[in-house]
Design a protein around this ligand. Structure first.
Ligand code: C2O
Ligand code: CU
Ligand code: CU
Length: 495
């Protein structure tokens, strides 16, 4: 190494070390270092900007990935399908030989997958078997406000409630989780999260991989911290700016690996973490195709080398294992190279599937592009000082009203502070929307589909066009769950 280079490396190391040495007893200092703003790929920048985000431990790949069971209906006839979903406590063997206290839906940890058909009427009996209040929120589902499971619709311990709705939206990957005021972060962290797949005739006719658990696989990414007894201790792990951990669970599996055939495999990625952002890529640098966003298919597949998902965002991607060199280890890695999911590629050929060139037709009209902004949302702050339009959540206050079936343009601005600010993942209940622009520019190709959650960078302005199909009171909020619990949430009344 040349002397100049050595000096440079030394300077960089000093900078990095000083940036990384967070002293928890000095909140001001900690805030100084807290800059999530840069998402570019300059290593140095990355290190400085994510300094307080502990890296994930590499997955050793010793456990085969758990795939959530498909929830069996209690009753299914031509008109209506009926399910029971109960929130419960339990014990889960995440570590061999250790019983971890967890929460789950219809089981001890996480939940089953709810497969719904477009056009069908659904009745769900929700039961709260926890010893605290909870709600059942269907993230991304277009339902009336009283079926949406926001903080107003809480169930006391032992209480149950039947909700009914029609599935009126296209094929997509949604999810469900609790939403009690001030307690969402803890309940999700303890394990309350499940998947919803919506299928329709179109999705079934596309010829995409769709054998559940074989070539159509959900991946719920969640990071945790376990104490030395192998327990989740939320209050100890809790961070007001978003609880993160060094231990990754995918579908609740520690150190997962995924065995696949040499075929196209569809992965439905869900960032189900309280606060961590992920940038997924293959260790070989090979590309993959993204086929769907939060709320449905993209018009055409988009080839990517990596994809970033902030909390609550979903993406469906297809990796073609028949085209990859699988002689060497193939793994899904995070931005910093940590191993998230090793693939074990069997020699078997698997199914023939294809990715059609045209999958959907979501378009932004000239009219939508020229519509005036009628709702402005300003995201601001950090820790417990987070606000929307300068205010904290008040269940008694309606922040916006919007007419059912009428498109409006919302403008979301992430106002930086002296420290730079951080990414806020912004989510609206009860609707799927389209991104019109990011800082005045057309959104990237892989965001030109239906969305219900978007990342908003510091100082970025995102314009969206949104229409609510149903009436009711819906939440909009930051999906860093601790920010949500700290009041970074508002309400829109649709009438
Ligand atoms: Cu994932 Cu208010 O929701
Ligand atoms: Cu939601
Ligand atoms: Cu936030």
């Amino acid at each position: 190494m040349g002397t100049k280079l050595k000096i440079l490396v030394l300077i960089i190391s000093i900078l990095v070390i000083s940036a990384c040495s967070n002293d928890n007893t000095q909140p001001e200092e900690e805030m100084d270092d807290m800059d999530h703003s840069t998402m570019d790929h300059d290593t140095m920048d990355e290190h400085m900007s994510h300094d307080e985000v502990v890296s994930l431990n590499n997955s050793t790949g010793e456990n085969e990935l758990n795939v959530p069971p498909i929830l069996e209906p209690d009753n299914d006839d031509d008109n209506q399908v009926e399910y029971t979903v109960r929130a419960q406590t339990g014990e889960t063997e995440i570590f061999d030989g250790t019983k971890t206290k967890t929460y789950g839906y219809n089981g001890s940890f996480l939940g089953p997958m709810l497969r719904l058909e477009e056009g069908k009427a659904v009745k769900i009996r929700t039961i709260n078997e926890l010893d605290e209040e909870t709600t059942f929120h269907w993230h991304g589902l277009e339902v009336t406000g009283d079926a949406d499971g926001g903080p107003h619709e809480f169930l006391e311990p032992g209480e149950e409630e039947i909700i009914e709705f029609d599935v009126t939206q296209e094929a997509s990957t949604l999810w469900f989780h609790p939403h009690p005021e001030g307690k969402t972060a803890e309940q999700v962290y303890n394990g309350l999260a499940g998947l919803i797949y919506i299928e329709d005739d179109h999705s079934k006719s596309l010829g995409l991989p769709n054998t559940y658990g074989e070539n159509d696989i959900p991946l719920i990414f969640q990071d945790k911290t376990f104490d030395d007894k192998g327990q989740l201790n939320f209050s100890a792990a809790m961070n007001d700016d978003g609880t993160i951990g060094e231990t990754l669970l995918i579908n609740g599996t520690l150190n997962p690996k995924l065995t696949v055939n040499k075929e196209k495999v569809r992965l439905r990625l869900l960032n189900g973490s309280n606060a961590r952002n992920y940038t997924f890529k293959l260790n070989t640098g090979d590309s993959f195709e993204q086929i769907a966003t939060d709320g449905g298919f993209l018009n055409k597949p988009v080839t990517l080398d990596e994809i970033t998902l902030t909390p609550s965002e979903r993406a469906e991607i297809i990796i073609d294992f028949s085209q990859l060199d699988t002689e060497n280890d193939l793994t899904l890695v995070n931005e910093d190279g940590s191993i998230l999911l090793p693939f074990n590629v069997s020699e078997e050929g698997g199914e023939e599937s294809s990715i059609p060139e045209k999958m959907n037709d979501v378009s932004v009209s000239e009219e939508e592009l020229s519509m005036p902004v009628t709702k402005q949302v300003e995201l601001f702050g950090m820790m417990d000082q987070v606000t929307i339009n300068g205010k904290k959540f008040d269940p008694e206050r309606i922040d916006f009203t919007q007419e059912q079936g009428v498109t409006e343009v919302w403008e979301i601005y992430n106002k930086p502070d002296e420290m730079g600010g951080m990414i806020h993942p912004f989510h609206i209940h009860g609707a799927q929307f389209k991104i019109l622009s990011r800082d005045g520019e057309e959104p990237p190709e892989n965001e030109r589909g239906w969305k219900d959650s978007i990342s908003v960078q510091p100082d970025e302005t995102v314009k969206i066009a949104i229409q609510f199909k149903h009436k009711g009171i819906y939440m909009f909020h930051c999906h860093i769950l601790e920010h949500e619990d700290n009041g970074m949430m508002g309400q829109v009344k649709v009438e």
